[in-house]
Ligand binder design. Structure first.
Ligand SMILES: Nc1ncnc2c1ncn2[C@@H]1O[C@H](COP(=O)(O)OP(=O)(O)O)[C@@H](O)[C@H]1O
Ligand SMILES: [Mg+2]
Length: 279
């Protein structure tokens, strides 16, 4: 824990312009919030017509094998994600938040599965576009779970060998855009607190006002990665897998996040499926 506390202090000092949870302690922080730009709303939904973005067809069978269900309205499990979406969008709207991080105390909680389903569910609301970014730079899984080819990915963008437009993918669903990561990135926590990432988040965030951006992060207690990134994200959803984290781990994780930016906690992998998600 001491190591993580030190990392928080380091990040707080580095990211004085951040607007995310860990940046709240900066008194002049709100000055950096962007103001609505009404001139931009006009055409933005049409803009997401992916003139440049690669369109990739997803296979239902592959998705279902990986517990991705929100694309299929006739799957009763998709309702759980619609409910979660409604709660999350309500809170985000109330607070003027547009970026959401998904993390957990320890690995394998189901963050990536929830992140993908939630992004799909948001995209199905016709007034929102959703972007899903794979910022678990140690164990990136979004591309594999969705079964999308990744000749170009965030890895190439960070290496400077591709432009943003080359790495975005539209998974053949309206209003959903993905930024996948093909392979683990070395020095991921340094990368996540770098100017390159800060500029990327700013760019993604400012491009479309009605876009919700979901960042799939690594767990909080294993590395400094999530802590390095959180100051730049508006709010956090915590995923706790039933029986997979101790009470102490959950408490330690919650202590790392200011309560006002914790949008909710999801209990995942509960035994009885319909009660699998508490919000
Ligand atoms: N509600 C659930 N019930 C059972 N298994 C689940 C559930 N959600 C996710 N999983 C499985 O748990 C594993 C880890 O999920 P993943 O989303 O990759 O976790 P994380 O991103 O938190 O490491 C995957 O095999 C996934 O299919
Ligand atoms: Mg994951």
């Amino acid at each position: 824990m001491e190591r993580i506390k030190q990392a928080i202090e380091k990040v707080k000092n580095q990211t004085s312009g951040g607007t995310g949870p860990l940046a709240q302690s900066h008194p002049d922080n709100h000055a950096t919030m962007t103001t609505p730009r009404s001139s931009q709303t006009h055409n933005e939904l049409e803009d997401v017509s992916y003139t440049q973005t690669r369109v990739i067809k997803l296979r239902a069978e592959h998705l279902e094998k990986n517990r991705i269900v929100a694309f299929n309205k006739s799957d009763p499990k998709s309702m759980i994600f619609d409910l979660l979406r409604t709660h999350i969008l309500q809170k985000m709207e109330e607070n003027g938040w547009r970026t959401l991080a998904i993390t957990s105390p320890t690995p394998e909680a189901g963050k990536t599965v929830i992140a993908i389903n939630l992004a799909m569910s948001i995209a199905q609301q016709t007034n929102k576009t959703a972007m899903l970014v794979d910022f678990d730079l140690r164990r990136p899984k979004i591309g594999a779970y969705l079964g999308i080819p990744m000749e170009k990915s965030l890895n190439d963008l960070l290496a400077g060998t591709a432009e943003l437009a080359d790495v975005l993918v539209n998974p053949d669903m309206p209003r959903l855009v993905l930024l996948p990561t093909r392979s683990p990135v070395k020095n991921s926590s340094e990368m996540l607190s770098s100017k390159k990432i800060a500029d990327l988040i700013k760019d993604l965030r400012e491009r479309y006002e009605s876009r919700i951006i979901i960042f799939d992060l690594p767990p909080l207690l294993v590395t400094d990665d999530a802590i390095a990134l959180l100051p730049q994200i508006d709010c956090v959803l915590m995923v706790v897998a039933n029986g997979m984290s101790t009470k102490r781990e959950i408490e330690d994780s919650l202590r790392l996040l200011p309560a006002e930016n914790l949008i909710g906690t999801v209990l995942n992998k509960a035994e009885i499926e319909p009660r699998a998600y508490y919000y």
